[in-house]
Design a protein around this ligand. Structure first.
Ligand code: UDX
Length: 431
């Protein structure tokens, strides 16, 4: 089976590299010549554990993976073409901007010469795949193509594992022929007995948004419970542990913190609400989640302000929106640091992978090469992202170089009593 992946961003590249690992000849296409040159030299444009090894393996050794800027030259070799372009939030609007999806559908429509299955992998509102079908239908005979929806559920930082060992594969289709092609494509996962859900195209598109919105709901739920825990002297970690052991609830995504960020949850929650509105349906719970998450950062900034000296120095440890990625999109650490900076605080910061990306954004932060250096002469340490290297900081040594021994452990990675015992004031989340 020969595959073409259109859009060599995060999802496209992970998908392309992993399908090569399955043994398929795969071409990843992107309009950005610099990106394609970089990829052809084996360099991955973002940090994702394991990606560069896969890239090099299939680019140089197996030669199953290649990169191109030309969709027209690539597509005639394809049995399946995946649309993996971005669907960002529209400026000033909440719905997904589908201009890249429409442009790719248009381009595909001018280049299909023999039967080809078009797969929507980008996260798109319900109805999009059928619209793609209508665009292609204008120039391509019906018997020469089908469109299916096949959402991805990749988490940054563990995307390769998520692709190779998914909880499920969802295939949204309206005919048996494309279902069979998709089942054949994912045959390497049969050995792992991965559940494959074949649904209508509409259900498949909704599954993606509903899944992300539900996870965001779990996070916001426990975040609000953590506020109550703080006031009454309860410990949210005990609460979520005991809740999560109930199999109907489950322990994952019940970690209280500074709110959800990243390239997916904030955008998908907004887009889901917006899609429902278009169909006169009110997703009031998800709307509340969105509002609650927006307020979260402000609440944390207030807490830090109340418990630190005005205009003093603060250290933000962790800038990426979560560990094991250099992605800073919708990062709560950065939002918090920036708001504090606007209120007059000096911000010292350190992140193992994301500092270059933050430097490009021109924030008024001071950057340090190690966590310890970032803590020198600080008035409080804020742990914004739970990178592993922050879990075992030598707080005794750090205590000797700070101005004040205060920790805001936004991700609850430290034991409160132990930190207090060595002389720190400790502020966790919900404990
Ligand atoms: C998410 C989905 O998990 C994935 O299936 C989808 O394809 C893309 O969006 P990702 O954005 O990589 O993946 O990160 P994820 O690990 O889901 O975390 C999202 C945000 O929620 C992060 O800001 C994280 O810090 C936060 N989070 C997560 C919590 O605050 N508490 C939790 O318990 C879990």
């Amino acid at each position: 089976m020969k595959l073409v992946i259109v859009g060599s961003g995060y999802v496209g590249l992970v998908t392309g590299a992993c399908f090569s690992e399955f043994g398929y000849k795969t071409i990843c296409v992107d309009k950005d010549q610099d990106r394609i040159n970089q990829l052809n030299s084996g360099v991955c444009p973002f940090y994702e554990p394991g990606m560069e090894d896969l890239l090099k393996k299939h680019l140089k050794n197996t030669k199953l993976l290649s990169f191109s800027t030309s969709l027209s030259e690539s597509i005639h070799k394809a049995d399946i073409v995946f649309i993996t372009v971005g669907t960002p939030s529209r400026r000033l609007e909440d719905d997904a901007d589908l201009k890249y999806v429409w442009a790719v559908a248009e381009e595909i429509s001018h280049n299909i010469k023999k039967y080809c299955l078009v797969v929507t992998k980008s996260t798109v509102p319900v109805g999009t795949s059928n619209e793609i079908k209508r665009i292609i239908e204008k120039t391509v005979p019906k018997e020469n193509f089908d469109v299916v929806s096949n959402p991805e559920f990749l988490r940054e930082g563990s995307a390769i594992n998520d692709f190779m060992r998914p909880d499920r594969v969802v295939i949204g289709t309206d005919n048996k022929k494309s279902e069979n092609i998709m089942r054949e494509l994912y045959r390497p996962l049969y050995l792992r007995e991965t559940p494959i859900f074949v649904t209508s195209i509409e259900s498949s598109e909704i599954i993606k948004y509903a899944s992300n919105s539900f996870l965001a709901t779990k996070i916001s739920f426990i975040n609000e419970v953590s506020d109550l825990c703080e006031v009454v002297g309860a410990n949210v970690q005990d609460v979520s542990d005991a809740m999560g052991i109930d199999q109907r609830i489950g322990p994952k995504f019940l970690n209280a913190g500074p709110g959800y960020g990243g390239s997916c949850f904030p955008k998908d929650v907004k887009a889901f609400i917006s899609t429902a509105k278009k169909f006169d349906t009110n997703l009031s719970i998800i709307n509340a989640v969105h509002e609650s998450n927006k307020k979260r950062v402000i609440k944390i900034v207030d807490k830090i302000e109340k418990n630190t000296k005005k205009n003093s120095s603060l250290t933000m440890l962790g800038l990426s929106f979560k560990p094991n990625t250099d992605d800073i999109r919708e990062s709560t650490s950065i939002k918090i640091a920036n708001l504090l900076n606007e209120k007059g605080y000096q911000i010292k910061c350190y992140d193992p992978e994301a500092m270059e990306n933050v430097k490009n954004e021109k924030y008024n932060f001071h950057f340090y090469n190690t966590a310890i250096e970032a803590c020198r002469d600080t008035n409080a340490i804020i742990i914004g992202t739970e990178w592993n290297e922050f879990r075992a900081l030598n707080l005794i040594d750090i205590g000797k170089i700070v101005n004040e021994k205060i920790i805001f452990d936004l991700r609850n990675i430290y034991n409160k009593d132990e930190v207090i015992k060595i002389g720190y004031k400790y502020y966790g989340t919900g404990k």
